[in-house]
Design a protein around this ligand. Structure first.
Ligand code: NAP
Length: 292
C-alpha cells in the first residue's frame, strides 16, 4: 500500500489556508501550524487538518513542509523548519519572490531538500477567512528546485500540487522574479498610481464627480491597489529593480500609444483591435489563463 504522505502547512492565511482546503479529503495526513491560537481554532472548526498546533515541533514527522508565512518571515521560518523537520523532508515555500529565497538556501551551511514555490493565484484579501477550496484550480504553480533536489522529490511535490488543481511550471528564480514584475508587481504599482492619481485629482468638483461615477472599469483596473498591504510592500520593495524596469517599459508603451493616437490614428485603431483580440483569447470565460 502507498505510504500516506504527511504534509505540514505553516501559516494558515489566504494561501496556506487554501492549500489545506484544496488537499482536505485527499489521501494525505495534514498538519496545520499557525502563529495564533485563534487561527488554529478557526482551522479546527472547519476540520481542515488531522493535527493542529501553534508549536512548530509538530512538523517533525512531516514528509513535506509548505511555508506559507509573509515574505518578511520566510528566512526565519526556513531556519526554524530546518531545525525541526526530518533531514529528508521536502521543504517548499509560496513566496511571491524567488531570488531572495533561493539565494538564502544556497548560502545555508546545511544541505536541505528545498524546492521554491509560488502559486499564481490569490485575491486582495488576507487571513484564513478568505481562504478558498478552489483557489488553485487551473492555476500555474511555479517551482524553482535547489541543487539537493532529485527527480523523485520534484514528482512528489508535483503530485501534491496537481491534486490542488494547479499545474506546475519549473523555472529559474531570476526569470521568475522578472516575469512576476511584469504581470503582478508592476500592475500592482500601476494600480496604486492610477487610484492615487484619480483620488487626489486637484480639481475637487471633477474629482468628486469622477469617484462618484466610477463603476466596474475603474474597480477592475484598481483592484490590486486593495492588496494586503504587508504583501504589497514586501513584493514591490524586494523586487525593486525588476518593478522599476517593467514600469519604465510600460511608460514607453504608453508614449508609443500616445504617439500613434496623435500621428497615426489608423494604425492606433488596428493596434487596439489586435490588443483586444489577444486579451480576449488569453483567458477562459471563468477567468483562467488559456496559455499552457
Ligand atoms: P496572509 O493571508 O496574511 O497569511 C499569512 C499567514 O501567516 C497568517 O495567517 C499568519 O498567521 C501567518 N504567520 C505570520 N507570521 C507567522 C509566524 N511567525 N509563524 C507562523 N505563521 C505566521 O498572507 P498570504 O496572502 O496567505 O501570503 C502568504 C505568502 O503567500 C506570502 O509569502 C506571499 O508572498 C505568498 N503569496 C500570496 C499571494 C496572494 O495573492 N495573497 C499569492 C501567491 C503567493 P496568523 O493567522 O496566526 O496571524
Amino acid at each position: 500500500m502507498a505510504k500516506r504522505l504527511k504534509i505540514a502547512v505553516i501559516g494558515l492565511g489566504l494561501i496556506g489556508g487554501s492549500i489545506l482546503k484544496s488537499l482536505k479529503g485527499k489521501s494525505y495526513k495534514l498538519i496545520a501550524v499557525a502563529r495564533r491560537e485563534e487561527t488554529i481554532q478557526k482551522a479546527k472548526e472547519q476540520n481542515l487538518a488531522d493535527v493542529y498546533s501553534t508549536d512548530l515541533k509538530v512538523i517533525k514527522s512531516a514528509d513535506i513542509v509548505f511555508i506559507c508565512t509573509p515574505i518578511n518571515k520566510i528566512k526565519t521560518m526556513i531556519n526554524n523548519v530546518i531545525e525541526y523537520a526530518k533531514s529528508d523532508a521536502i521543504i517548499t515555500d509560496v513566496a511571491s519572490l524567488k531570488v531572495f529565497v533561493m539565494e538564502y538556501i544556497i548560502n545555508l551551511q546545511k544541505p536541505v531538500k528545498f524546492i521554491g514555490g509560488h502559486p499564481m493565484a490569490g485575491t486582495e484579501h488576507k487571513g484564513l477567512d478568505s481562504a478558498l477550496d478552489d483557489l488553485y484550480i487551473g492555476a500555474k504553480w511555479i517551482l524553482t528546485p535547489s541543487d539537493n533536489i532529485n527527480e523523485e522529490d520534484i514528482n512528489t511535490l508535483k503530485n501534491i500540487i496537481n491534486s490542488t488543481g494547479a499545474k506546475t511550471v519549473i523555472t529559474d528564480a531570476n526569470k521568475h522574479d522578472f516575469a512576476v514584475a511584469l504581470i503582478s508587481h508592476m500592475p500592482l504599482f500601476l494600480s496604486q498610481a492610477l487610484f492615487s492619481y484619480v483620488s487626489s485629482y486637484p480639481d475637487k468638483e471633477v474629482r468628486e464627480l469622477a469617484l462618484k461615477l466610477a463603476a466596474s472599469g475603474f474597480r477592475d483596473t484598481t483592484r490590486l491597489a486593495a492588496t494586503n498591504v504587508e504583501l504589497a510592500q514586501d513584493m514591490i520593495v524586494n523586487n525593486l529593480q525588476n518593478v522599476l524596469s517593467a514600469s519604465d517599459g510600460l511608460k514607453n508603451s504608453l508614449t508609443s500609444l500616445e504617439n500613434l493616437l496623435l500621428f497615426d490614428k489608423e494604425k492606433f485603431a488596428e493596434l487596439i483591435v489586435d490588443i483586444a483580440g489577444s486579451r480576449m483569447n488569453m483567458y477562459t470565460e471563468n477567468g483562467k489563463n488559456n496559455l499552457l
